[in-house]
Design a protein. Structure first.
Length: 877
C-alpha cells in the first residue's frame, strides 16, 4: 500500500500524556499504557470520529476507558490497529499488551541485544510496543516505569530524568519522566547489566549536565573518544547555532545489534557499538572520525529533530538533511575542512548520484512511499544536506544563522514541514526562495554543461551554462533549478582575477546564480584567456561538464586557490586516463599509462609544501564504484583492470618517491603516540597510500616493510592497512598467516572481527565468493547481527566489483539468497542489502538478465516484507 503526501490529514485525536509501565521477563514483556487523549481542537466535526491506534504484533489483554473495562465486542483489532469509538472529547485509555522482545529479530520496537533490552522506534517501531497514535505530529509527555530482575538488569533507563525507584524481592523498578513533549519515535528504553563512564558539561548558561555513556563491561575502555566528541559537539552547537542542551542528563548506550548507525532518542541516544566505541588499537582513523561525526549528529538532533520535529515522514529530510549539514560542518571545524569536503563529495557522487539515477530515485521530500524504512537514504540524508548547504551559501553565514534562529524560535515544540523551514530562512532574510524549493520536489542529478568564449578585443570572457535534469520515476520533465556556482577565473600565474559581471545575471561575492535552463554570464576586464575554476567547494550537487584540456587540469591541480577543486582536477585527470584504458582493454589493445598523470603524481610527491592529507587524497584514484556510476554501460572487469593497470604503472615508475614518503611517515608513526588528530590522520593516510602502491611492485623488501607494519604497530589504522595489502597480495603464505594471527589477536572484539570479514570480502585475490560463503559458516559470523551482515555480505556485494559481478551470475544468486534469508528475520536489513541488484540497468545485457532474474526470483517468493517488496517492485518496473 502506497502512502501519499497529498493525503496528509492532521490527527483526529491528540495524546497529552503517556504513562507506560514495562514488566520485563525472560519469556515475555507486559506493557501497560495509560494515554490521556483528547480530540484535536483543530479538527472540527459534529460527530466523534473513531480512534484508530496503530499496533503490530501485540497481544491485547485489556482495554479500559475512563476506568470502564471495554468488552472486546466494542472494539476491533486487526494486524495493524485497534479501533474504538470514544463517547467523550477527552478520556483516559488504558491498555495492557504482551510482547516478545526476546524473539524480536527485526530489531525494531523493543528487542534484546546480547543480554540487554533496548528499543529502536524510528520510524514506526513504537507500534510494536503498545497501541498508540504512532505518527510524529502526535507529541506527548512521557512517564515510563521499568520493572525487571535486579541481578540481570541492574541498569534501567528511559528518556528524561529518573524521578523514582524501588525494589521488591529480586525485582526492582525505576520511573523516568521526560518534561518535553515528543513523538513516540523518540521514545527509548534500556535495561541491562551495563557500566558507564561519567563526565559533565557546563552549558553557556552555567547549567551542569551529567553525561553518561553506557556499555557492556568489556567495552568500558573504549568510550573516551565518544565522550570528548560529545563535549565538543555540545560546545559547538552553542557557539555556531546558539543551541543549549535542555535536560540535566544526557545518556548514550552502545548496543551490538542495531539496524542503523544510531538514534537520537530524547536524552537517551542509542548507538550501534560501531559508532561509539573507539580506541587506537582497535579502531582505525576512519572509525574514530565516524564516531565523532555520529555522536555529533545524534546530539545535534536534540534541536534539529527533537525540539522541532517532523510533521510526517515525507518531511524526514527536514531533520536529517539539516542535521547532516550540521555534523559535517562540525567535523570540518574539528579537522581538515577540505579533506572533509572531499570525502563527503566523493561519497555523494558515488552513492547518491547512483541512487538518483536508479529505480529508487526520489526527491529529498518524497511524495509517496510504501515502507518509510526504505527512505532513510543517501538522498534524504546526504543530498538533503547539500540542499541546506546551498541555502547556507545563498544566505551567507550570518543570514543563515538569522534564519535558523527564527526557525527554532518559531517552531519550538512543534512538528513541522520542510516548507516551514525554508519559510523561516526566507522570512528572516526577506528573500524569495520559491524557485529554490524545486530542489525539494524534483529528483535526479542535474547536469550543468558550461561553454566558454573569450574575446581578446573587448577583454570579455563569457560563460554559458546549460542545465538539464534527466527523467526519474514519475518525473519526466523538470523545471530549472537554482544552482549557486562558486567560481574563480585564474590568470597564467594562477591568481584569481577580480570578478566583474556585466549585463545579465547575479554575482554575490564569488557565487553566480544559475536560475534558467540556459544562461550566459559575461565578465569584463579579463586581460587574458583565463582558466575557470567552477563549482568551487562543490557549491551545488550537480554534474559539471566543462571541456578542460589536460593542461588546464594539471594547472588547476597545482594552482587553484580552492582545495576542493585542486582535488577535483586530479580526479578528472585520473578518470580520463582510466576511461581510455577501459576502451583499450575492451578492444584488446595494450593499455598505456598517461604521461600527464604520471607527471602530475610525481610533482605531488615532490612538493613538500603541500598538505599531506591533500596529497593522499589526490593520489587515490577514483573508486571503482564511482567509475561504474559515471559509465554509460559499466564493464566491471574492464574498470577493475584499467584502474589496476594504472596503479601498477604508477607504482613501478614512482617507486622511489613512494618509498621515501612511506619510510619518512612510518618512522614518525613509530616515534609518536597515536592521536586521532587531523595532522596525524593525514600522515597515516599518506603512509598507507604509499604502502598500497609499493605493494604492487612485487619487491620482497616491501613485503618486509608491510609485515613489520602489520606486526609492530600500536594502532588499527596501520595494522589493518597492512593486513589489507597482504590479503590483496600474491604472497599466499604470509597472507594466510596474517589472517590467522589477526583473528587470534582480536577474536574477542566483534568490531575488529567485522573488519577482518570485510577485508576478505573485498579481496581481489582468488575466489572471493567461495571465501565469503565459507566465512558465513565461521564461528564469529551470525546473520542475525547487522554489522556482521554488512561487513561480510554487504562489503562483498557493494565493493568487490569483479567478485560480485562475475559473469556466471553466482554473485547475484548469492546475494538474492541472503536477501531471502533475511526477508522475514530482519526486513530492513534485507531491503538494504538489495541495493546493488537494483542497479542492473548500469551493466551489459547479459549481466542485466542475470540480475533481473534474481530480482524476479525474490519477487516470486511468498511472504515478502513490505520493505523488500517495495524495492524489488520498483526495480523491476
Ligand atoms: N534518526 C536516526 C539518525 O539518522 C536514524 C534512524 C533510522 N531508523 C530506521 N528505522 N531506518 O540518526
Ligand atoms: Zn539523523
Amino acid at each position: 500500500k502506497t502512502i501519499y503526501l497529498k493525503d496528509y490529514q492532521a490527527p483526529d485525536y491528540l495524546i497529552d500524556e503517556t504513562h507506560l509501565k514495562f514488566e520485563l521477563f525472560e519469556n515475555f514483556t507486559m506493557v501497560h499504557a495509560e494515554l490521556h487523549i483528547r480530540r484535536n481542537p483543530d479538527k472540527q466535526s459534529d460527530e466523534l470520529p473513531e480512534l484508530v491506534l496503530d499496533g503490530q504484533e501485540l497481544e491485547l489483554l485489556t482495554v479500559v476507558m475512563d476506568n470502564v473495562v471495554i468488552n472486546s465486542n466494542s472494539y476491533t483489532v486487526d494486524d495493524k490497529s485497534l479501533t474504538l469509538q470514544p463517547n467523550k472529547n477527552s478520556f483516559i485509555l488504558k491498555t495492557t499488551v504482551r510482547i516478545h522482545p526476546e524473539t524480536n529479530t527485526a530489531l525494531e520496537g523493543l528487542y534484546k541485544s546480547n543480554t540487554m533490552f533496548c528499543t529502536q522506534c524510528e520510524a514506526e517501531g513504537f507500534r510494536k510496543i503498545t497501541y498508540y497514535l504512532d505518527r510524529p505530529d502526535v507529541m506527548s509527555k512521557f512517564t515510563t516505569t521499568i520493572e525487571a530482575d535486579q541481578q540481570s538488569y541492574p541498569i534501567l533507563l528511559s528518556n528524561g530524568n529518573q524521578i523514582a525507584s524501588g525494589q521488591e524481592d529480586d525485582r526492582h523498578w525505576a520511573t523516568w519522566q521526560d518534561p518535553f513533549k515528543k513523538p513516540a519515535y523518540l521514545f527509548a528504553l534500556v535495561a541491562g547489566d551495563l557500566w558507564c563512564v561519567e563526565d559533565s558539561f557546563t552549558t553557556m548558561n552555567q547549567r551542569k549536565v551529567d553525561l553518561r555513556i553506557y556499555v557492556e563491561p568489556e567495552n568500558i575502555n573504549k568510550v573516551n573518544h565518544a565522550m570528548t566528541s560529545l563535549k565538543n559537539s555540545m560546545r559547538w552547537d552553542e557557539e555556531v547555532y546558539g543551541r543549549e542542551y535542555d535536560l540535566d542528563i544526557f545518556m548514550i548506550v552502545a548496543v551490538s545489534d542495531f539496524n542503523m548507525g544510531a538514534m537520537e532518542n530524547k536524552g537517551l541516544n542509542i548507538f550501534n557499538t560501531s559508532c561509539v566505541l573507539a580506541r587506537p588499537e582497535t579502531a582505525t582513523d576512519m572509525a574514530h572520525q565516524r564516531v565523532e561525526g555520529v555522536v555529533a549528529h545524534e546530539y545535534f538532533h536534540n534541536w534539529s529533530g527533537n525540539r522541532v520535529t517532523c510533521r510526517d515522514w515525507f518531511q524526514l529530510s527536514l531533520k536529517e538533511g539539516f542535521t547532516v549539514f550540521r555534523d559535517s560542518e562540525f567535523t570540518a571545524d574539528m579537522n581538515s575542512r577540505t579533506v572533509k569536503r572531499i570525502e563527503d563529495v566523493a561519497f555523494l557522487r558515488t552513492h547518491q548520484f547512483a541512487e538518483d539515477a536508479g529505480p529508487m530515485a526520489h526527491p529529498i521530500r518524497p511524495d509517496a512511499y510504501m515502507e518509510i524504512s526504505n527512505f532513510y537514504t543517501v538522498t534524504i540524508y546526504e543530498k538533503g544536506a547539500e540542499i541546506i548547504r546551498m541555502l547556507h551559501t545563498l544566505l551567507g553565514k550570518e543570514g543563515f544563522r538569522k534564519g535558523t534562529d527564527l526557525y527554532f524560535e518559531r517552531h519550538d515544540g512543534q512538528a513541522v514541514t520542510c516548507d516551514d523551514f525554508v519559510k523561516a530562512l526566507a522570512d528572516a532574510n526577506a528573500i524569495d526562495l520559491t524557485q529554490f524549493k524545486r530542489w525539494y520536489s524534483q529528483a535526479g542529478t542535474p547536469q550543468l554543461e558550461v561553454l566558454e568564449s573569450y574575446d581578446s578585443a573587448t577583454k570579455q570572457y563569457h560563460l554559458t551554462f546549460k542545465q538539464f535534469c534527466p527523467p526519474t520515476p514519475n518525473q519526466e520533465e523538470k523545471q530549472p533549478f537554482v544552482i549557486p556556482v562558486k567560481m574563480g577565473l585564474l590568470n597564467k600565474q594562477g591568481q584569481d582575477l577580480p570578478l566583474q559581471l556585466v549585463g545579465e545575471g547575479t554575482l554575490v561575492g564569488d557565487v553566480i546564480l544559475i536560475t534558467e535552463a540556459e544562461q550566459t554570464f559575461t565578465f569584463a576586464n579579463v586581460g587574458e584567456k583565463p582558466v575557470p575554476s567552477l563549482l568551487r567547494d562543490f557549491s551545488a550537487p550537480v554534474k559539471l561538464k566543462f571541456a578542460y584540456s589536460k593542461d588546464d587540469l594539471l594547472f588547476l591541480m597545482q594552482h587553484d586557490n580552492d582545495g576542493f577543486n585542486r582535488w577535483d582536477a586530479s580526479q578528472r585527470l585520473a578518470i580520463e586516463a582510466i576511461q581510455q584504458q577501459v576502451v583499450n582493454y575492451q578492444a584488446g589493445n595494450p593499455m598505456v599509462l598517461d604521461s600527464g598523470l604520471e607527471k602530475a603524481y610525481a610533482s605531488l610527491l615532490a612538493d613538500s609544501s603541500l598538505d599531506q592529507a591533500m596529497v593522499a587524497e589526490m593520489l587515490s584514484l577514483p573508486a571503482e564504484n564511482y567509475l561504474v556510476e559515471i559509465s554509460e554501460v559499466a564493464d566491471p572487469d574492464a574498470i577493475h583492470a584499467a584502474r589496476q593497470f594504472i596503479r601498477q604503472q604508477l607504482a613501478n615508475n614512482l617507486k622511489g618517491q613512494f618509498l621515501t614518503h612511506y619510510q619518512a611517515n612510518r618512522a614518525v608513526s613509530q616515534q609518536e603516540a597515536y592521536r586521532a588528530t587531523a595532522d596525524h590522520i593525514a600522515r597515516r593516510s599518506l603512509q598507507n597510500m604509499a604502502l598500497s602502491y609499493l605493494m604492487l611492485t612485487d619487491d620482497p623488501q616491501v613485503l618486509t616493510l608491510c609485515l613489520d607494519q602489520f606486526k609492530h604497530s600500536d594502532n588499527m589504522t596501520e595494522q589493518l592497512a597492512a593486513l589489507t595489502n597482504l590479503v590483496n597480495s600474491p604472497y599466499e603464505s604470509e597472507k594466510q598467516q596474517a589472517l590467522v594471527d589477526f583473528y587470534e589477536q582480536f577474536a574477542n572484539d566483534p568490531l575488529v572481527i567485522d573488519q577482518w570479514f570485510a577485508v576478505q570480502a573485498n579481496s581481489q585475490a582468488g575466489d572471493s565468493l567461495a571465501r565469503v560463503v565459507e566465512l558465513m559458516k565461521h564461528e564469529a559470523f551470525t546473520i542475525k547481527n547487522p554489522n556482521k551482515v554488512r561487513s561480510l555480505i554487504g562489503a562483498f556485494a557493494n565493493n568487490n566489483l569483479t567478485g560480485f559481478h562475475q559473469k556466471t551470475g553466482a554473485g547475484y544468486q548469492f546475494l538474492a539468497d541472503q536477501v531471502l534469508a533475511l526477508n522475514t528475520m530482519n526486513p530492513q536489513i534485507a531491503s538494504r542489502l538489495l541495493t546493488p541488484l537494483t542497479r542492473w540497468r548500469k551493466y551489459d545485457e547479459e549481466r542485466q538478465q542475470l540480475m533481473k532474474a534474481e530480482l524476479e526470483r525474490i519477487m516470486a517468493a511468498d511472504k515478502l516484507s513490505s520493505d523488500v517488496y517495495e524495492v524489488v517492485n520498483k526495480s523491476l518496473v
